[in-house]
Design a protein around this ligand. Structure first.
Ligand code: C5P
Length: 400
């Protein structure tokens, strides 16, 4: 199940905020993820963006009027409420949130939300003072207490020119919330999955460190894929460039020792560890507390000490351990040796010199090799899809 949005029906409720200008883009992204999108607009929203804009993107009728004669054709708000797998209100104005919180059904949007049994995601967008107002805060709390996901708002520049909370989340973040909600009852529901990511940094002195080229994308994708299958996903990440994934509990670490401590702690009650981090094998034996001066010497040397092997040290009973082997030569032979050394169930081996695969890329070509010596050679896939294939294999350990 690589993409929870594929073939699903999303009702996109659009209310009248200036953030409406980003809603057609959100609709377009949902369509690109394979969803059928039914747009339900308020009268105010139709003043900002035309129904035609949405219809041109979704290729489906757009509902704006509760008394629309198209009701006869079964595309009214109640039909939409019933056939949707998820209802997303984006942007949700303070007024729309208030009406939803109070169970009003005075237009097509609020009627859809009231009539649906599908999960609802509300994405607030409003002026900062309106968002901070206790009335809005109470309405948001009411929505949450009823199981509605309130996604955002982000803090940033608002249409008024002020800075504060009230910006609608970026479409990519909204889609992550929707994926997490759709995957809630997935095949990893009730399981805790810990993924690690990024290259650790081993300090030489307060301004210098030893690290490697890992971007963290593979480990972040593993946490996101686990989340999208209903797992309680924890990401222990040393990445310095990637944002925290939505709906994942994130532990930021720097060194191999920090990573070991966090992984040990998180794995105490976990069922799966996907160790995609590139943990440094060596660290400066005695990092300096002050910046080292280069002086006039032509050469210099640094004494290194071995770091702990994180994955080898985790011994939680029943934990499925998946390792990664980023290799440049003899990829499969080197990877096989690591399965035994580190007590892994299986390993994802990849040739980091192959085009489009490895460090920094969005795609990866890996071979999954297990303890029994079986090798599954995957095609070049996105890292998110690779993560799903890894999780598929994890599930096979519980089936037998
Ligand atoms: O660096 P190496 O090729 O040995 O890494 C193989 C696997 O072991 C990876 O999953 C990596 O995250 C893990 N590892 C570790 N602790 C280390 C080195 C590597 O857990 N100190």
């Amino acid at each position: 199940m690589p993409n929870p949005l594929e073939g699903r029906t999303v009702a996109l409720g659009v209310s009248g905020s200036i953030a409406c200008y980003r809603a057609p883009y959100l609709a377009s992204k949902l369509v690109q993820h394979g969803a059928r999108v039914d747009v339900v607009m308020t009268e105010a929203a139709a003043k900002f963006v035309t129904p035609l804009a949405f219809g041109s993107i979704t290729h489906r009728p757009v509902v704006t009027d509760i008394f629309d004669p198209q009701t006869e054709m079964g595309i009214d708000h109640v039909a939409i409420a019933e056939r949707s797998d998820v209802v997303v209100v984006a942007p949700a104005t303070a007024h729309a949130m208030a009406r939803i919180a109070h169970g009003l059904a005075d237009d097509a949007l609020t009627t859809t939300v009231l009539a649906t049994r599908a999960p609802v995601v509300v994405c607030p967008a409003m002026d900062g003072h309106m968002y901070d107002n206790p009335a809005t805060q109470e309405n948001a709390a009411t929505l949450r207490s009823r199981g509605i996901t309130v996604a955002g708002p982000a803090t940033g520049r608002l249409a008024s020119g002020m800075y504060g909370p009230g910006r609608m989340l970026e479409p990519a973040e909204i889609i992550d919330h929707v994926r997490a909600v759709l995957g809630r009852d997935g095949d990893l529901a009730g399981r805790k999955v810990v993924a690690t990511a990024g290259g650790t940094r081993e300090l030489i002195d307060p301004v210098r460190f030893i690290s490697n080229r890992s971007s963290g994308k593979m480990g972040h994708a593993a946490a996101e894929a686990a989340r999208d299958r209903g797992a309680s996903a924890v990401l222990v990440t040393a990445s310095t460039t990637l944002p925290d994934p939505v709906g994942v509990s994130v532990v930021r670490v720097e060194s191999a020792i920090d990573m070991r401590d966090a992984v040990m702690r998180e794995c105490e009650d976990a069922e799966v560890l996907v160790m995609a981090a590139a943990v440094a094998d060596w660290r400066p034996a005695e990092p300096s507390e002050r910046k080292l001066k280069k002086g006039s010497a032509k050469t210099s040397s640094l004494e290194l000490a071995r770091t702990p092997d994180v994955v080898a040290g985790v011994r939680t009973k029943g934990l499925i351990k998946v390792g990664f082997a980023a290799e440049t030569d003899d990829v499969e032979r080197n990877a096989r040796a690591k399965i035994q050394q580190k007590g892994l169930h299986f390993i994802a081996a990849n040739d980091v010199t192959a085009a489009g695969s490895g460090f920094g890329a969005d795609s990866n070509r890996v071979v999954l090799i297990d303890r029994e010596g079986r090798a599954e050679r995957l095609d070049m896939l996105s890292k998110y899809e690779v993560a799903h294939r890894i999780l598929d294999k994890v599930l096979s350990y519980w089936d037998c």
